[in-house]
Design a protein around this ligand. Structure first.
Ligand code: URP
Ligand code: ZN
Ligand code: ZN
Length: 481
């Protein structure tokens, strides 16, 4: 008989409800959810008394082993998915990013190869960084044969992976045909380059030049442009790592006008503000260089409200680790500091502590924001993102009173600092199961290299086509004369 686990006495939380129920797992799947379940012979019984039982987290935005800005992120798929599990996250959506001119399939295959060492499940968005007929065709192949239903567009990083309007329009059109979801990093890449130059020439070479050259309107312009392009081309859109009021306004406007537009917020943008760039210690300030940058508290408050109001649906980390030595590549010129911060291990505890404990989010809203909404938006639901019969047994026993002092000295992430260093959080994963196996318990990891599986995500054509009738009044009108 397959390995069986019975989780007894907890409160099961899904995006819809909180219920006192036991959860029975057989093999990799949840086979029963209900009161007073009996343990099959030989089953392991886990006591969840006083705890919540929630779906394993889904982080829809990570970058393990990413070659970027002249170096490669320090976290690989083995260490990164292990750290994720220690934080209660059991699925990551990473990004396969071809260089301009490179085949999308070739890039996707490279990332698939690197990810084979993962200890928990993973899947990929594929970036569109250039355009020709081959890219068009390969988008179709990725959807049809490889379970890719989302394509990423970087509107920043000019001269590297930036998608200009020509790429955006062609790719959005193609995604609409395929029933795939377009995602964007919204920052105006041209403005960034010119503002960086201006600020550098004004004598600012330290990390404080980073946020000064990427003010909120740089992000707002791109978010508005992307949502308008998506409207014109009748394609759904997902805007990653919204950091400011300006981007939130673009998403809100689009949603209120009937568009299918989703927004992601990073845990770190909710709790860390832009004062970090003015630290006198260069290394400490550089640790926070990421794009879009940390913002003032006013923007943070708006992001919380956006999450509460449902204008932002997912929380992510953009886990993109560069160690101090790597950050120092930009000593003397902030434009060369590799962009990225970590936190795949910290997202859920930070969100519970600052979101649920403060009354901003209910436990069900926490589940929606940490797993269920990402599972729905990226078409993994109900296999992932819920506690239900037939779902993958990615389950976390969540101790709402447990505490953690976040530190580089105790985290499992492969990076020599932690952006939350010294923060004490309340609400921690006591036990994490990935497809029925206990991988985290009593503060210890018990993981197997390569045990993670690739998750296929089929396209959504029927759903999007139905929704696109919302734009029917904008169809062209011909007058017969
Ligand atoms: O600074 C960041 N966010 N680095 C990772 C790449 C990206 O833009 O998502
Ligand atoms: Zn980005
Ligand atoms: Zn990213």
């Amino acid at each position: 008989m397959a390995n069986a686990v019975l989780i007894k006495g907890g409160t099961v939380v899904t995006a819809e409800a909180e219920t006192r129920a036991d959860v029975l797992i057989q093999g990799e799947i949840i086979t029963a959810v209900g009161p007073n379940l009996d343990a099959p012979a030989g089953a392991r019984v886990l006591d969840a008394g006083g705890a919540y039982v929630i779906p394993g987290g889904i982080d829809p935005h990570t970058h393990m082993e990413l070659p970027f800005m002249g170096t490669t992120t320090s976290e690989d798929f083995f260490t990164g998915t292990s750290a994720a599990v220690a934080g209660g996250t059991t699925t990551i959506i990473d990004f396969a990013i071809p260089n301009p001119g490179q085949s999308l399939i070739e890039a996707y295959q490279s990332w698939r190869g690197w990810a084979e060492k993962s200890v928990a499940d993973y899947t990929f968005h594929v970036a569109v960084t250039w355009w020709n007929d081959k890219v068009r065709e390969e988008m179709g192949v990725l959807c049809r044969d490889h379970g890719v239903n989302s394509f990423k567009h970087f509107m920043a990083y000019k001269g590297a992976i930036m998608a200009d309007d020509e790429v955006l329009v062609n790719s959005f059109r193609r995604a609409a045909e395929l029933g795939a979801l377009c995602t964007v990093h919204a920052e105006n890449g041209e403005l960034v380059v010119q503002l960086q130059k201006q600020i550098f020439e004004a004598g600012i070479s330290g990390p404080e030049g980073h946020p000064q050259s990427r003010p909120p309107m740089v992000e707002g312009e791109a978010a508005h442009r992307a949502t308008r392009l998506a409207e014109a081309l009748k394609v759904p859109l997902y805007v990653v790592h919204n950091s400011c009021i300006d981007a939130l306004e673009a998403i809100t406007r689009a949603r209120l006008s009937g568009q299918i537009v989703f927004g992601e917020v990073l845990a770190q943008h909710l709790v860390i503000d832009d004062s970090v760039y003015y630290n006198k210690d260069w290394n400490t300030a550089a640790h926070y260089v990421m794009s879009p940058p940390f913002r003032s508290k006013e923007h943070q408050a708006a992001l919380w409200r956006g999450l509460q109001a449902g204008m932002l649906q997912t929380t992510a980390t953009d886990h993109c680790c560069f160690c101090t030595e790597q950050k120092r590549m930009g000593f003397g010129d902030f434009r060369k500091i590799p962009n990225g911060t970590g936190g795949v291990e910290d997202r859920m505890t930070v969100l519970w502590s600052h979101g649920v404990r403060t009354g901003k989010l209910s436990p069900s809203e926490f589940v929606a924001a940490t797993s269920a909404n990402a599972a729905r938006i990226f078409n993994m639901y109900p296999r992932k993102g819920t506690i239900a019969v037939g779902a993958d047994a990615d389950v976390v026993i969540w101790d709402p009173e447990g505490t953690r002092l976040i530190s580089k000295d105790t985290h499992h992430q492969k990076i020599d600092f932690n952006i939350y260093e010294g923060m004490t959080t309340t609400g921690v994963p006591a036990v994490t199961l990935s497809r029925g196996k206990v991988l985290w318990e009593n503060g210890q990891l018990d993981v197997v290299r390569g045990a993670g599986k690739y998750v296929d995500r089929p396209c959504f054509a029927p759903f999007w086509q139905t929704q696109n009738t919302r734009n029917a009044h904008r169809l062209p009108v011909k007058v017969d004369r």
